[in-house]
Design a protein around this ligand. Structure first.
Ligand code: HEM
Ligand SMILES: *[C@@H]1O[C@H](CO)[C@@H](O)[C@H](O)[C@H]1NC(C)=O
Ligand SMILES: *[C@@H]1O[C@H](CO)[C@@H](O)[C@H](O)[C@H]1NC(C)=O
Length: 432
């Protein structure tokens, strides 16, 4: 079952960056200042036109045409008394940089304390958004391995929580360049915000709003290209890692795929300014917006994506591939080299032993396989098993992801040698 990923074990163990990764795991910590705004908007990138428009429906490139609307299946009841009514988080409830997770917790689709298990994640994100059980499980397993508690199979949608491990469980907020990354759709780069991740950026919000409703995947692609070029022009530590460098671009597509409202007239979904503002906890009008961190909500009278077209792992790569075709290079690996506008890319083939390249990454199941492998290769292979788990984090993750890797018939990587390639980038080792 797990042979494809097992092949990574000795290679990851030999990876020279492993010791640094271990150090980073020990040093993970909480953000300091959530509400600071970008005080000095930086250098704005010049406009860039796409090579073409994809005109994908809001159900994504892999679900075109969209399935017929089914009100009973797609209605998400968040009315008073539904048990899914909005409630602002209490002082001990954890919230983080992800609006989809914050909103799900504020409505009790995830535990309101912000500490879901894998099972909570699968059930809750299907009920709220029609995320496929497979994508939800994979994202939860990664969250647990990078900043959670594998013994209890629990993770945090925000900051640190008490755990049973010999190192802290930081929550997804403490995963800079491992899960969280630069060039997010609305939140600022850690280095530009005093080490904090999840700081709302007015200039990003304004850029998206100026594209105007209804919001589509083509507009998300334009935003992804804009924020990437903004980071390159402004953040000397901008870095896009093999795994986390896909998460921030994919989250752009999540906005459209998961937040759109569906109806009989528009089965592919429509995303209006009003619905987007509710999900992102932004109040106000184009002349004056206010972001209210932690108060993200699912709108009343809202219908999620079709149940027969849940968003799954390969669908993520179908949309990433379409975005990158529209704006070549908007998905890239590497970073600035310590000064702004010094981006130096690393070819995908150079860290996958030639298995993938920019032209094949988005074909078939390659993206899914690349994701599993890039993520697993980035885990420290602590030779001592974690007490209570009986195995290392890497072994645990390989076991958990093995079935998916097998299902997608992922090829084996012959060698993974990230360390020497990425070590020269200051952003690679920057731990907020
Ligand atoms: C288990 C499921 C999920 C996990 C583990 C997860 C995790 C994360 C992480 C680590 C980030 C930071 C990435 C970055 O640096 O940009 C993030 C951002 C984001 N996520 Fe999620 N997420 C999940 C589900 C969802 C869902 C269901 C939605 C949509 C409804 C969503 C929408 C977003 C958006 C829009 C951002 C970017 C936030 C911003 O820049 O303002 N996520 N998520
Ligand atoms: C979703 O679409 C339906 C049908 O057009 C509409 O009645 C409803 O108000 C919309 N919901 C939101 C939150 O905009
Ligand atoms: C890829 O690897 C080759 C051979 O080691 C090297 O010459 C080349 O500079 C590398 N290119 C990139 C972009 O990393």
């Amino acid at each position: 079952m797990k042979s494809a990923l097992i092949s990574l074990l000795p290679l990851a163990a030999a990876w020279p960056g492993v010791m640094e990764m271990n150090a980073q795991l020990q040093g993970r910590h909480m953000p300091r200042d959530f509400e600071r705004r970008d005080p000095n908007p930086g250098v704005e990138p010049p406009p860039r036109a796409p090579l073409f428009l994809s005109n994908r429906p809001n159900t994504g490139a892999a679900h075109n045409p969209p399935a017929p609307f089914n009100a009973a299946q797609q209605y998400v009841d968040v009315t008073a008394g539904s048990a899914h009514e909005f409630r602002a988080p209490g002082p001990k409830d954890l919230r983080g940089e992800c609006p989809g997770l914050n909103a799900a917790a504020n409505h009790g689709f995830l535990p309101r304390n912000g500490l879901p298990t894998t099972t909570d994640t699968v059930n809750g994100l299907m009920a709220a958004y029609n995320m496929s059980p497979e994508l939800a499980a994979v994202l939860a397993i990664i969250a647990i391995a990078l900043g959670g508690d594998p013994v209890k199979e629990t993770w945090s949608i925000g900051g640190a929580f008490p755990n049973t491990l010999p190192f802290p469980a930081t929550g997804i907020l403490g995963t800079h360049n491992r899960y969280e990354g630069d060039a997010s759709i609305m939140k600022g780069d850690a280095y530009l915000n005093g080490g904090s991740v999840g700081v709302f950026q007015n200039h990003k919000w304004d850029f998206f709003m100026k594209q105007d409703e209804p919001f589509t995947l083509d507009k998300a692609a334009a935003q992804s290209d804009y924020v990437t070029r903004y980071s390159i022009l402004n953040n000397p530590y901008y870095f896009s890692a093999p795994f986390s460098g896909l998460v921030a671009p994919a989250a752009h597509d999540f906005v459209i795929n998961f937040m759109s409202n569906h109806s009989a007239e528009a089965p592919g979904g429509v995303l209006t300014r009003d619905v987007l503002q509710q999900f992102f906890a932004v109040t106000g009008t184009p002349t004056s917006y206010t972001h209210n961190q932690g108060l993200e909500r699912i709108p009343l009278n809202w219908y999620k994506r079709p149940t027969s077209q849940q968003y799954n792992v390969p669908d993520v790569f179908a949309d990433l591939g379409a975005n990158n075709a529209m704006y070549p290079g908007s998905i890239r690996f590497g970073g600035n080299t310590g000064t702004t506008n010094s981006f130096t890319g690393v070819e995908i083939g150079n860290f996958t032993d030639g298995l993938y390249d920019a032209s094949t990454l988005f074909q078939g199941n390659n993206g899914a396989c690349f994701l599993f492998q890039a993520f697993t290769a980035g885990l420290p292979d602590a030779s001592d098993p974690i007490i209570g788990l009986g195995k290392s984090l890497l072994d645990w993750a390989v076991d958990k992801l093995g079935p998916y890797s097998s299902k997608y018939q992922c090829p084996q990587l012959k060698s993974v040698n990230y360390g020497p390639i990425f070590q020269s980038y200051p952003g690679y080792s920057y731990d907020s």
